[in-house]
Design a protein around this ligand. Structure first.
Ligand code: B1M
Length: 226
């Protein structure tokens, strides 16, 4: 199996939800290596973590999303794919976290109220941390109150909001307004698949990034202001 085949196999495992060798699902892959073992193998072979992320994991999630939209799969299959993706990300995490020890600043991040999607938010957190920022991860379904409570304890932090649903993206509007009411000087950045620069401007957030690299670039651009 060459490296391209290996990446394709990781993609397939995430797409079909094959977490590791011991998981019985999907039945026709019983006893075969899953996302867990194959990611370890890929790293041992020297395949770059960013290549595994972009060429296997993110592509797999795009396929899963498309199949869900086409009603070819349902929530349980999406969930099991997310598990396989997480099994792979466990191995990638240390590579993304080998950033400078000296912290550039702090990011409080969470997925907004009503939204349980955390894969993208976790990736942003991981890569921002690797780029030298301290990250306080509030998890999913984060209310304005929870953000405000955390900002009270970390007044110098930048605040990041993630949303994956077109419905919860609109919760950002009220959360941004509530936070700005309590802390007018706080810097807020938003991101997530349905979010755009135009939406950022509309709701009065300070920054928008479409991916983790963009989030790092935005945060680094603030360094003199934080
Ligand atoms: Co859901 N889901 N889901 N889902 N899910 C989507 C988002 C959907 C597009 C699928 C589809 O229909 N094609 C669709 C939303 C449609 C819409 O809103 N218009 C959808 C739906 C409908 C739902 C439910 C409502 C389904 C139901 O119950 N009927 C339900 C909602 C639950 C809830 O949140 N209340 C639901 C549930 C789930 C699961 C729990 C099963 C699972 C999530 C598991 C988990 O996250 N732990 C799941 C999954 C896996 C998906 C898809 C397939 C994959 C999402 C993902 O992880 N993508 C997704 C389809 C898709 O996206 N293709 C889908 C990979 C990830 C790396 O990308 O999250 O975009 P992303 O993050 C990117 C960027 O957006 C950016 O950087 C990341 C890395 O590049 N980014 C930021 C993200 N946050 C950022 C913050 C920043 C900056 C950049 O600054 C702060």
């Amino acid at each position: 199996m060459n490296n391209d085949d290996l990446l394709t196999r990781i993609l397939t495992c995430v797409e079909l939800g094959k977490v590791n060798r011991n998981t019985p699902f999907p039945p026709d892959m019983k006893g075969m290596d899953g996302a867990d073992e194959l990611t370890r193998l890929a790293l041992e072979r020297g395949i770059k973590p960013s290549e595994i992320l972009n060429d296997a994991l993110i592509k797999a999630m795009d396929k899963v999303g498309q199949k869900f939209a086409d009603k070819k799969i349902f929530v349980p299959q999406m969930l099991i794919s997310a598990r396989a993706m997480n099994a792979s990300m466990v191995h990638l995490k240390p590579y993304f976290q080998t950033g400078e020890v000296k912290r550039k600043g702090k990011l409080i991040i969470g997925t907004v109220a009503g939204d349980l999607h955390d894969i993208g938010k976790n990736l942003v957190a991981m890569i921002v941390e690797g780029a030298g920022w301290e990250v306080i991860d509030l998890g999913v379904d984060v209310s304005a109150q929870k953000y405000i409570h955390t900002i009270q304890e970390h007044r110098d932090a930048v605040v990041g909001l993630s949303a994956l649903l077109t419905t919860t993206m609109h919760n950002m509007r009220t959360i941004v307004a509530d936070i700005k009411n309590s802390f007018p000087a706080v810097t807020l950045m938003i991101g997530g698949a349905p979010v755009t620069e135009q939406f950022r401007a509309e709701i009065g957030a300070d920054g928008y990034a479409s991916d983790p690299q963009g989030a790092v670039a935005y945060l680094n651009s603030l360094i003199h202001e934080v």
